[in-house]
Design a protein around this ligand. Structure first.
Ligand code: SAM
Length: 283
C-alpha cells in the first residue's frame, strides 16, 4: 500500500468476492435495470450518469484520498463563508449539497472541520452500492432526494449554506431547485453555485444535458434548446456576493469524476470549457 506524500493512505483493495459482494452486485444491477425502465417510460436518463461513475469508481483512483487533491478542488469561496458564519455562531455551519454525485468535491471541508454536510442526489442508492462494491469509503454520503422537492425532506431555513457543482443543469427544473434551495436556506446564509457554462450545448442536448446555464451581472441565466432566455435568480431573495468565470483546467479539480481516463484524449476539450462560480447571499 502506498502512502501519499502528505501521509494519507489509500484504502486497501476490496476484499475477495463473497456472498455480500454478490448481493451488492445484484442490488446495483437491479437499480440500473430500474433506471433503464424509468428512462423507457419517459423519465430522466440516469443510466449514462451511473455507468459513468461506475467507470470512475471501478478504477478506485487514489487521488480521491489525497488531502492535497481534496484541498485544491475545494471551492475557496466556501472557506470564507464558513469562517464568516463561525464568527457569529459557535456551532459548525450546516451545508446542503445538491447533486453531490458519489464522491463530493467538498471532502476537504470535512477533513478541515469547516461544516457538516447533508448531500442529496436522486442516485444516492446506486452510488452507495457502487462505493461498497469497489471498497471505496468516503466522508460524504448523499441521501436519496431531488433538488425540486427539498422542502419535502428538510425544514425551511434549516441550512446555513447551500451548494451545487455541475448538477443544477442535470436536473429537470433548475429554477424549481433554486426556489427550494432558497427556502431551506436561512436568511443571511450563502448559496454557492458552480458548473460548466452552457453544458446543454456542450453535451449536444443529450441525456441529462437539457439546460444551458451561465452567469451574467450577478445572476444565473438559463437558455433552453431553442435559445429562450430566463433569469433564474432575479426574483429570488438573493443578492450577489461574487461572480467569476475561468477555464475548467484553472479551477483546480483533479479528481472526483473529472479525471482523464484511458479512453479520453490526454488533454480533453472539456478542460478548456468555461466554468462559472456564483456566490449569492440569502436576504
Ligand atoms: C455531473 S454530476 C456532478 C457531481 C458533483 N457535484 C461534481 O461536481 O462532480 C451531476 C449529479 O446531479 C445529480 N442530479 C440529477 N438530477 C438531479 C436532481 N433533480 N436533483 C439533484 N441532483 C440531481 C445526478 O444524479 C448526478 O449525481
Amino acid at each position: 500500500m502506498n502512502a501519499h506524500a502528505d501521509g494519507t493512505v489509500p484504502p486497501p483493495n476490496p476484499v475477495p468476492r463473497g456472498f455480500s459482494d454478490r448481493l451488492r452486485q445484484i442490488r446495483y444491477r437491479a437499480a440500473l435495470a430500474y433506471c433503464r425502465l424509468w428512462r423507457a417510460a419517459g423519465g430522466p436518463d440516469y443510466v449514462d450518469e451511473i455507468t459513468y461513475w461506475e467507470g470512475i469508481l471501478s478504477q478506485r483512483p487514489s487521488s480521491l484520498f489525497d488531502r492535497r487533491v481534496r484541498e485544491a478542488a475545494f471551492p475557496p469561496e466556501l472557506r470564507e463563508c464558513a469562517a464568516e458564519l463561525q464568527r457569529d455562531d459557535l456551532r459548525l455551519p450546516r451545508l446542503l449539497e445538491l447533486g453531490s454525485g458519489p464522491v463530493s468535491i467538498l471532502a476537504s471541508g470535512i477533513d478541515e472541520g469547516l461544516f457538516t454536510v447533508v448531500a442529496v442526489d436522486p442516485l444516492a442508492r446506486p452510488y452507495r452500492y457502487l462505493l461498497r462494491l469497489y471498497g471505496v469509503t468516503y466522508p460524504i454520503q448523499p441521501l436519496p432526494g431531488r433538488g425540486e422537492t427539498l422542502l419535502k425532506q428538510f425544514i425551511p431555513a434549516s441550512f446555513d449554506i447551500a451548494y451545487s457543482s455541475n448538477a443544477l443543469d442535470h436536473t429537470r427544473s433548475p429554477r424549481r431547485c433554486l426556489e427550494q434551495m432558497c427556502q431551506v436556506l436561512r436568511p443571511g446564509g450563502f448559496l454557492l453555485l458552480e458548473g460548466f457554462v452552457r453544458e446543454g450545448t456542450h453535451g449536444n442536448w443529450s441525456g441529462l444535458h437539457q439546460h444551458d446555464l451561465l452567469t451574467e451581472h450577478g445572476s444565473l441565466t438559463h437558455l433552453d434548446r431553442a435559445g429562450r432566455q430566463t433569469n433564474l435568480t432575479a426574483d429570488l431573495p438573493l443578492t450577489c456576493v461574487s461572480e467569476r468565470v475561468c477555464q475548467f483546467k484553472d479551477r483546480g479539480i483533479g479528481a472526483f469524476g473529472y479525471e482523464v481516463t484511458a479512453d479520453m484524449p490526454p488533454d480533453p476539450p472539456w478542460n478548456y470549457h468555461d466554468w462559472y462560480t456564483l456566490l449569492l447571499r440569502r436576504l
